[in-house]
Design a protein around this ligand. Structure first.
Ligand code: IPE
Ligand code: IPE
Ligand code: MG
Length: 260
């Protein structure tokens, strides 16, 4: 019997995106990949560096994976950057993460626009600083007419909080007499999430070997495939991303039915 637990993979490939695209069955490519970018702190600690150096280095992996997503023709890439639980961390680490996010949004804006990316965010953005919100709004507005890959950053994001926000919104509509309880179905709940209008992730990638979801997109990943690598996020590169997609393309997704 096949082991049903997800395997942890360490990449050894060094394949280019062009040669991968020549071989892969395009029908089997994921449309939407969501990534839990984990292990920045451990990457730094393993080198005797402060944790923030791992976050700084992790920004380079973000750049590489966004570029890979565009080259691969993905419809959407969603990146888990900051969870609603990450506020438990020391103030110094959080303030560095905010600084890095603001710098990233400014520095990467020309590249995002050049690559025709549509930029969006999910999470309780209202709790972020004015400076970060301003940069988010600018990139979102400038990229709104773009037709390429959708890039969504999950910032101050928590799936349970998202579900609470959606349910509260629907309850308000019911209380106002705009909506009958029996009109609430899976589609309406999906349309009430931060991710309204986005497809569900086909594939969830997690780095650093952790076998958990850490409150990420719990509603949307109910039928996503999971791929985990032992590599820490700052070591994760395009060849690892290709390996995840190759393994995804080889899987049989049945959604509760039988193999066709
Ligand atoms: C992921 O790396 C980045 C964030 C959660 C912001 P971590 O900071 O969680 O690194 P580890 O897991 O402690 O190594
Ligand atoms: C998940 O990583 C959140 C992000 C990658 C932004 P964490 O490091 O916060 O998750 P746990 O604490 O190991 O579950
Ligand atoms: Mg972590």
């Amino acid at each position: 019997m096949k082991n049903s637990s997800p395997s942890v993979t360490t990449s050894t490939t060094d394949e280019t995106i062009a040669s991968f695209l020549e071989q892969v069955d395009r029908e089997k490519m994921p449309r939407h990949i969501a990534v839990i970018m984990d292990g920045n702190g451990r990457w730094a600690q393993a080198r005797g560096l402060p944790r923030i150096e791992g976050h700084r280095q992790g920004a380079n992996s973000v750049r590489a994976i966004i570029e890979a997503g565009v080259e691969l023709g993905l419809e959407q890439l969603t990146l888990y950057c900051l969870s609603s639980e990450n506020w438990k961390r020391p103030a110094a680490e959080l303030s560095f993460l905010m600084y890095l996010l603001e710098r990233y949004l400014v520095d990467e804006r020309p590249e995002i626009l050049r690559q025709d990316i549509q930029f969006s965010v999910i999470g309780r953005i209202e709790d972020l600083s004015d400076a970060v919100r301003r940069e988010i709004d600018t990139t979102r507005d400038l990229s709104s007419g773009n037709g390429g890959m959708r890039l969504c950053l999950a910032l101050n994001y928590g799936a349970r909080g998202e579900i609470v926000d959606a349910v509260r919104h629907l309850a308000e509509r019911v209380a106002a007499g705009e909506l009958a309880p029996e009109e609430i179905d899976e589609q309406l709940l999906s349309d009430s999430m931060y991710t309204a209008g986005m497809s569900d992730p086909d594939l969830v990638v997690r780095t650093s070997g952790e076998m958990r979801f850490s409150n990420f997109l719990l509603w949307q990943i109910s039928y996503s495939e999971l791929w985990v690598t032992e590599k820490f996020w700052p070591d994760f590169g395009k060849s690892d991303f290709i390996q995840a997609i190759r393994e995804y393309a080889g899987r049989s997704r049945r959604f509760g039915g039988l193999k066709s």
